[in-house]
Write a protein that binds this ligand. Structure first.
Ligand code: G1P
Length: 297
């Protein structure tokens, strides 16, 4: 089973930084954002590869995940074995690439990876957000197994005035993840999804739960994407194909706390993510506080 990570976007929100280096390679501490997303994708048992949907404009992403034994050797000769190990880790990740040179939307990006899926269910992870060590995809896989391998998405509450930025679900709570019973919009609530709308006007939103960018999807979605016409913003929307999937198959959602993830979608969010990760990682915390000096967080 594979995970698809769309990464063909232009990164306009990070210009000029992304003029000649892809936003996926912006570092969070000492690793690029994309490496965190790949590592998260590989957390569930049974996921044996990540397929990055890239554009030919960004060959640096591919270069980053390539093995470079000569470079590692040079580092080791200079007594930098620990750094060589880190470089090796990135090159050893099971990552492959497909290309979307004509960005026609998220649904189209996912369809570009169809040939790599072997007709199996697959994850999709949107790369502007990563959830380090929290096993979000593992929870989704468990819910899927409990419901006959149905599709499962992660959702979270969003204020009413922001629904038009996201995909919003309709449905009903059917239970809770784990032993504690929680309310419908609380973390751990499990919903059966009955409808999906991409970027609805506030008065048309069927709930306040938005799709956060983690999907476990039935292979049937690829066939539906192949005939999916443009939707919101003139783009081929994954959400629209999922709405059609509901006519044939069940779908579930788990409510997550968006604060458990790290947003890197805008310069401010990326800067805050670096600070949070530095404060959470003992290898960086003291040095980070010292560098920060009197500036308070
Ligand atoms: C995409 C999806 C949307 C989802 C969002 C999460 O939208 O189409 O359903 O809620 O990601 O970030 P985009 O951000 O590409 O407009």
């Amino acid at each position: 089973m594979k995970a698809i990570i769309p990464a063909a976007g232009l990164g306009t929100r990070f210009l000029p930084a992304t003029k000649c280096s892809p936003k996926e390679l912006l570092p969070v501490l000492d690793k690029p954002v994309m490496q965190y997303v790949v590592e998260e994708a590989l957390e569930p048992e049974g996921v044996n590869g990540a397929v990055i949907v890239n554009s030919h404009e960004k060959p640096q992403i591919e270069a980053y995940f390539e093995e470079d034994l000569a470079f590692e050797e040079m580092l080791r000769e200079r007594g930098k074995g620990e750094l060589a190990d880190k470089v090796h880790e990135a090159g050893a990740l099971p990552v492959s690439f497909v290309y979307q040179d004509d960005p026609k939307g998220l649904g189209h990006a996912v369809l570009c990876a169809q040939s790599e899926m072997d007709g199996d269910p697959f994850f999709v992870l949107l790369g502007d957000y990563f959830v380090p060590g929290r096993q979000m995809c593992v929870r989704m896989a468990e819910i899927s197994r409990a419901h006959n391998n149905a599709s499962v998405i992660a959702v979270a509450p969003v204020p009413a005035d922001q629904v038009s930025r996201y995909g919003i679900i309709a449905g009903e709570q059917i239970g809770s993840y784990g032993d504690t019973q929680v309310g419908p919009e609380e973390e751990g609530a499990v919903w059966r999804v009955t409808g999906l709308v991409e970027k609805p006007a506030p008065e048309e939103a069927p709930s306040h739960l938005f799709i956060v960018g983690r999907y476990l999807l039935s292979p049937r979605i690829m066939e539906l994407l192949a005939t999916q016409g443009p939707g919101a913003g003139g783009e081929i929307q994954l959400t629209d194909a999922m709405e059609r999937l509901l006519e044939e198959e069940e779908m579930y959602a788990i409510v997550v706390d968006p604060a458990e993830g790290c947003d890197t979608g805008t310069p401010a969010a990326w800067a805050a993510t670096n600070a949070r990760m530095a404060l959470a990682n003992p290898a960086f915390t003291d040095a980070f506080r010292e560098e920060l000096g009197d500036a308070s967080l």
